[in-house]
Write a protein that binds this ligand. Sequence first.
Ligand code: NAD
Ligand code: UFG
Length: 336
Amino acid sequence: MILVTGGAGYIGSHTCLELLEAGHEVLVLDNLSNASPEGLRRVERLTGKKVELVEGDLRDGAALERLFGSRRIEAVLHFAGLKSVGESVEQPLRYYDNNVAGTVKLLEAMGRHGVKRLVFSSSATVYGDPSRVPVTEDMPLSAANPYGRTKLIIEDMCREVFRADPSWRIALLRYFNPVGAHASGEIGEDPQGVPNNLMPFALQVAVGRRPVLNVFGGDWPTADGTGVRDYIHVVDLAKGHVAALAKLDALGGCVPLNLGTGRGVSVLELVAGLSRAVGRPVPHQVVARRAGDVASVFADPTRAAQLLGWRAELGLDAMCADSWRWQSQNPNGYAR
Ligand code: NAD
Ligand code: UFG
């Protein structure tokens, strides 16, 4: 069976669904610090298959020991982590403890039990402000905030673990900007408090929970002056994990892979796409730039295509339509 840490969360729950559809048995470890168990119940309904949810913390060595000692785990997909950039600046130690120390515990338990196959949720944030786009995996890495540094440290840790013991097989999946939801509208992203990211904020404006979307900067050196990112449908991303798992042994090492579409989309293009999906304009206004933002980041996804045989298939319209279906059917998310 596959152990999915953080499997109750946004990307994890979509990946559990794709794993089940691909015939894997799935075991989730999640402390529910940023998720509701309802998402996985819906995954079970959608697939007609069971997901075992163990409520527990990555940093709890005894809990990990019980988990690895009592199950035959083939590989680990490691999503569990805190992910808010702003929060990480205010509470850096919480991020190092949860993300870095938690991953140390996980890798220790995996090593002790001879489970040496890992797929890690890294991020395009490890490229910092890239010197050119599209971004390739060999470009220099840097961290602009504690959250990004936890991703960089964990990547470095994985590289060193592999160097010390070359029988490990590790995929470092660098996600670009995940958006969208399962086409059923039953599972999706359910942020707590004021969303930081563009799509969840825009959706709450579209559904009437907030009056207006602030577009951070209209004077970036991009075609329409707004920030450009590589939005990727979460179902494509989830399928990328199933592909990475299938190809993990063939990758033969500790390999970073960009998971993006290769296409840059501006804030205004995304707002236009969402307005089409909703059937009316999403109110927005251009305001000052947000501190720490960069003009344009999008992936060169060639390596993932070559090594995993995986490519993102869903475009902006599907991302917007599926996001809107989830948001309009569940205006308050899972209502935890
Ligand atoms: P999410 O918050 O929805 O999912 C993370 C899950 O991990 C949550 O269910 C949370 O309860 C759980 N968790 C956190 N700390 C834990 C711990 N110590 N022990 C057990 N469970 C714990 O976030 P997501 O968007 O699904 O992101 C998943 C992963 O992908 C994260 O590692 C994130 O950093 C990474 N990532 C996300 C994005 C994005 O934009 N969503 C982009 C790049 C990378
Ligand atoms: N934006 C707005 N208004 C908003 C929110 C965002 O105009 O209310 C703009 C941003 O300025 C940026 C674009 O929309 O141009 C995307 O912003 P997001 O916050 O959605 O995403 P980022 O690319 O800034 O950040 C994401 C993750 C980070 C990660 C980073 C790099 O949230 O965790 O990608 O991978 F570090």
